[in-house]
Ligand binder design. Structure first.
Ligand SMILES: Cc1ncc(COP(=O)(O)O)c(C=O)c1O
Length: 456
């Protein structure tokens, strides 16, 4: 076990300020394809694309590394406030080409939260430049995650995440998700949206949401009726619709952008993770021509930005990522292979008492757990069911990412399953097998721990 000890860092023993102080951090030292290796030499299948769904093309790709190297040699960095560079110009062009129709303008940032914040700023700029300065407030689903900065944290309705930073955040408005448990038709969410619009007459700038949710509600997307109702209300009330496609953008759901697969066209899209595929820190905000026109015909200024926005090195990586996705037909592969992956996952979990649902689009899948005593309630949070699934899976050489109840009331234990697009059929089958063995193990441990419910 000496090796295993080496592979794990007890956070207090390092100079890194950890995210979770009680967690023991495994040290990963190399990666190749869909495999990563820890310091003891143990290998893990990466069913989470680097843990955060960013490494969509797997690890150690020599072609992307070579593109980064070539770009760094030519020109690694210039700032884009007063200068531009071919990599930024070409990447904006490439993104506009693969984006849904009408998305003609692109602005680069360095990550997901920055992209979302930039989207909020662009929406605000749009209204101010059109002579509606009262519009600032955002309506968004409560069960969501848009980033850890103050402006993006304010977009979620999850008090557990926001505490103790509420003082730094503006008051936005939230609506509940339309899940099977609360509102399968989407009507209640629409009513909540109406109430929010009434509560802030003439002050709503944007409706902000993940078109298909990531960690907050894995692979959930509202029903068609909700999207149709949202589009009607946009036409009536004049707010913009912003999609957080930080995870779903650049192929994850089997479309270049998830927006293409929904019965609604947003006005602004923010994207990040898959654009750099884990090889560069890059994000982007795309907007439709009418949003651009409002600023072009108004203040004609948008000078707020970050040092690394549109830098040649990260844009050079983005260009190669798009090239690989196109040449290897990976977006199409995810679209075609995704439904079978979901079936394989559902099949392998059949009959497991805690599994209620396997959802998914493309290579963004989610497994939702429930209390086996009634097949629908959330599991008691103190059991840490989903967290235990991750621990057992890790022992079994598989990287997964689960979320646990935040006591916000809208979601319970659940696991994300989001492998790299380059995973072979055999690798996907192995991931599914290791995952189902882990979930079955946790379910049987749990069944012995759960007290029978009293008969009423
Ligand atoms: C849906 C979604 N939006 C935004 C973010 C924030 O992105 P970043 O961590 O790059 O700031 C994340 C990160 O996980 C995310 O999943």
């Amino acid at each position: 076990m000496a090796g295993a000890r080496e592979a794990v860092v007890v956070s207090q023993s390092t100079h890194v300020l950890p995210l979770e102080f009680n967690r023991r951090y495994p040290v990963l030292v190399r990666g190749e394809g869909v495999w990563v290796e820890d310091a003891s030499g143990k290998r893990y299948l990466d069913a989470m694309s680097g843990g955060s769904m960013a490494a969509t093309l797997g690890h150690g790709r020599k072609d992307i590394i070579a593109a980064a190297h070539a770009q760094a040699e030519k020109l690694a960095y210039v700032h884009n406030e007063r200068l531009t560079n071919p990599a930024q110009e070409e990447l904006a062009h490439e993104l506009a080409e693969v984006a849904p129709d009408g998305f003609t303008r692109v602005r680069f940032v360095t990550g997901g939260a920055e992209a979302n914040e930039m989207a909020i700023q662009i929406a605000r700029r749009y209204h101010v430049d059109r002579g509606e300065p009262k519009r600032w407030q955002v309506i968004s689903p409560a069960q969501a995650y848009h980033g850890p900065t103050m402006a993006t944290l304010a977009l979620t309705g999850r008090p557990g995440l926001k505490r103790p930073f509420e003082q730094y955040m503006p008051e936005h408005l939230h609506i509940p998700p339309s899940t099977w448990r609360f509102d399968p038709s989407g009507e209640q969410a629409l009513q909540a949206l109406d109430r929010a619009l009434d509560a802030a007459p003439g002050a709503v700038s944007a409706y902000f949401c993940e078109p298909v949710s990531a960690a907050a509600l894995p692979a959930y997307s509202p029903p068609k009726r909700f999207w149709e109702g949202l589009a009607e209300r946009r036409a009536r009330h004049g707010f913009l619709i912003c999609f957080d496609e930080i995870v779903t953008g650049v192929g994850r759901t089997g479309h270049w952008f998830a927006a293409e697969s929904l019965p609604i066209v947003p006005d602004i899209i923010a994207t990040a993770k898959g654009l750099g595929a884990g090889y560069a820190a890059i994000g982007a905000v795309l907007c439709r021509q009418h949003v651009y026109d409002a600023v072009a015909n108004g203040s004609r200024k948008f000078t707020l930005g970050h040092t690394w926005d549109g830098a040649p090195l990260s844009c050079g990586v983005g260009l190669k990522v798009i090239d690989v996705l196109k040449k290897e037909g990976l977006v199409e592969r995810v679209r075609e292979r995704g439904p079978r992956l979901r079936e394989q996952l559902a099949e392998s979990l059949k009959g497991v008492s805690i599994v209620h649902e396997v959802r998914g689009r493309g290579f963004l899948l989610g497994v939702e757990y429930v209390d086996p005593r009634d097949g629908k309630s959330f599991l008691p949070p103190e059991l840490r069911t989903a967290g235990t699934v991750d621990d057992v899976a890790f022992e079994n050489g598989l990287i997964t990412y689960s979320t646990m109840p935040t006591r916000d009331g809208f979601a319970g234990d659940q696991t994300l399953f989001a492998p790299p697009f380059t995973s072979t059929d055999a690798e996907l089958a192995e991931m599914v097998e290791r995952f189902s063995a882990s979930v079955r193990n946790v379910a049987s441990q749990l069944e012995t721990r759960l007290e029978p419910r009293p008969v009423r």
